[in-house]
Design a protein around this ligand. Structure first.
Ligand SMILES: [Zn+2]
Ligand SMILES: [Zn+2]
Length: 185
C-alpha cells in the first residue's frame, strides 16, 4: 500500500502517514504501507478487513491451521461421551455431531469440551464492587447475608444450566467412535 505523509495547511510535513487504501493514519511510513496488505497472501485487503492482519480467506486458513496444530498435540481420550467441538461449532455429543454432518466433513479428531455452570460467588461479587469503587476490602457493606441467600437460590435454580467451552488439551477420534469401539453409548 502507498504511505502518504500528511501535511498541514501551508505545506509543512507532519509525522503521520495515511494508508492509501483505507485512509487510516499511522505514526510510521512502513506501518501505513503494511496497513492493508494481507500478511498471508500479500494481496490488498478489502476495506472491511482493514482492522485485521489477514484477509478473510487467509484468516480462515490461519484458524484451521491453529486448530489442526492444537488437535495434533492434544491428548486422545478413548471413552469420552461429553460435548465436542470443531472450530466454532459445538455438539452435545460425538454421536450428535456425526448425525448432523456430512461424513466427508467429519475430521479424524475433534476437540472435547469442558462443561461449565453458571455459578455466582458472593465474595467475588463484593470484591469486584470494591475494586470498581477503589475501596479496601475492609469497607463494610450491608445486606451481604441477604445477597448470599439470593445467590445461593440463583445457583441452585440454575444448577442444570450449562455452557460448553473447547478444551484445547484433549481430543477424541471420530473414526474409533464411528466404528463403535470407543465407548459412545
Ligand atoms: Zn489500510
Ligand atoms: Zn490473504
Amino acid at each position: 500500500m502507498k504511505a502518504q505523509q500528511l501535511q498541514v495547511y501551508g505545506g509543512e510535513l507532519i509525522d503521520l502517514w495515511r494508508c492509501s487504501n483505507c485512509k487510516q493514519l499511522w505514526p510510521q511510513p512502513d506501518m501505513a504501507e503494511r496497513c492493508c496488505v494481507c500478511e498471508g497472501c500479500g494481496k490488498t485487503k478489502a476495506s472491511r478487513e482493514a482492522g485485521s492482519r489477514r484477509c478473510s480467506e487467509c484468516f480462515t486458513v490461519h484458524l484451521l491451521e491453529i486448530d489442526r496444530k492444537q488437535l495434533e498435540e492434544a491428548t486422545e481420550l478413548t471413552n469420552y461421551t461429553g460435548p465436542v467441538c470443531i472450530g466454532d461449532k459445538y455438539w452435545e455429543s460425538l454421536e450428535k455431531m456425526l448425525d448432523g454432518l456430512d461424513p466427508n466433513e467429519v475430521p479424524d479428531f475433534v476437540h472435547t469440551c469442558d462443561i461449565n455452570h453458571y455459578n455466582l460467588d458472593v465474595g467475588t461479587i463484593i470484591e469486584e464492587l470494591h475494586e470498581q469503587a477503589g475501596l479496601e476490602d475492609s469497607q463494610s457493606l450491608g445486606g451481604i447475608a441477604e445477597l448470599a441467600a439470593a445467590v445461593d437460590k440463583f445457583n441452585e435454580t440454575n444448577a442444570d444450566v450449562v455452557w460448553w467451552s473447547l478444551d484445547h488439551s484433549t481430543k477424541v477420534s471420530t473414526r474409533i467412535n464411528k466404528a463403535g469401539i470407543g465407548g459412545v453409548s
